[in-house]
Design a protein around this ligand. Structure first.
Ligand SMILES: *[C@@H]1O[C@H](CO)[C@@H](O)[C@H](O)[C@H]1NC(C)=O
Length: 297
């Protein structure tokens, strides 16, 4: 929803009108879309159901198939967010993924949220990963401070020229800074699409593959709603866009160039209390700590 109001009539009336709009909550930043406006099914039409006139979708995983969907176009910078309610109960061996991907295998750029299911009562793990210029292997894992299958929560990825931030309900759980000046690769030359899948990965997901999927509990259902993509749409693959370098895009504003004080505090809280794995600390995997690990936020 876009509100255009003219500064020409800078009267008391327009101020009151603006206040009324703000107070009444009519003013919204996002533009929750229907599934069909922004996305199409990429894997197993029969396992994705539209509900609430396409404003919510149900992803289904059974022994026959998982499923997936993707945005119709790719984007250069911006913020994508959606509300997700994960598979409840015994979700061990299931993986729900929400990610951005350049879809260019040779030099892949990718920003991943992966939700690894667990046995009933055991906590979900949220894994994030970042591929820049074809190189990934930057996994971090957090446990959640709520049950992600009990209700919808908002998962967002902000991507601008300054940094990439993964958010869960306004809490930054991961920050990857643009440190190209220090020779650290940063995704910024390729547009990325928005993707999601629900699939079986019991060879690695839960306790490293020890816990197998229990098909007697199938079908496994996850729900998505409030699809919100704000970015520079690149309709033709490979085409550039003047939009992508427009410094007036809201996501390039100074307030999005770094975490604000509240976000920085929340991020510290996650780092102190909820990180369960960080490749930066994994000495057996990386005897030499990767350079981006020293770059701070
Ligand atoms: C599942 O629960 C176990 C036991 O609490 C925990 O060690 C593990 O990290 C959890 N998550 C996954 C994905 O295995």
């Amino acid at each position: 929803m876009v509100i255009i109001y003219s500064l020409r009539n800078n009267s008391v009336f327009s101020m009151i009108l603006l206040l009324w709009i703000l107070v009444s909550g009519v003013f919204v930043w996002g533009k929750p879309a229907t599934f069909e406006q922004d996305f199409h099914v990429t894997w197993s039409e029969s396992h994705i159901k539209q509900i609430d006139q396409g404003r919510t979708i149900q992803l289904i995983l059974d022994q026959g198939s998982g499923c997936g969907f993707a945005s119709k176009v790719k984007y250069m910078f911006g913020r994508v967010s959606m509300k997700i309610k994960l598979v409840p109960g015994d979700s061990a061996g299931t993986v729900t993924a929400f990610y951005m991907n350049s879809d260019t295998d040779s030099v892949r750029d990718e920003l991943d949220f992966e939700f690894l299911g667990n046995r009933t009562g055991q906590p979900y793990t949220v894994q994030t990963n970042i591929y820049a210029h074809g190189k990934g292997d930057r996994e971090q894992r957090v446990n959640l401070w709520f049950d992600p299958a009990a209700d919808f929560h908002t998962y967002s990825i902000l991507w601008n020229h300054h940094h990439i931030v993964f958010y869960i309900d306004e809490v930054p759980i991961r920050v990857y800074k643009n440190n190209e000046a220090k020779g650290i690769p940063y995704p910024k030359t390729q547009a990325m699409g928005v993707f999601s899948t629900l699939w079986e990965a019991d060879n690695w997901a839960t306790r490293g593959g020890l816990e197998k999927i229990d098909w007697s509990k199938a079908p496994f259902n996850a729900y998505y709603k409030d699809f919100d993509i704000e970015g520079c749409a690149i309709a033709i693959p490979g085409a550039g866009s003047s939009c992508a370098s427009n410094p007036r895009n809201w996501w390039e504003g100074v307030e999005y160039a770094g975490l604000n004080a509240i976000e920085a505090r929340r991020y510290r809280w996650v780092r102190m209390n909820h990180i369960i794995y960080d490749y930066c600390q994994d000495k057996s995997r990386y005897p030499i700590t990767p350079p981006e690990c020293f770059a701070g936020i």
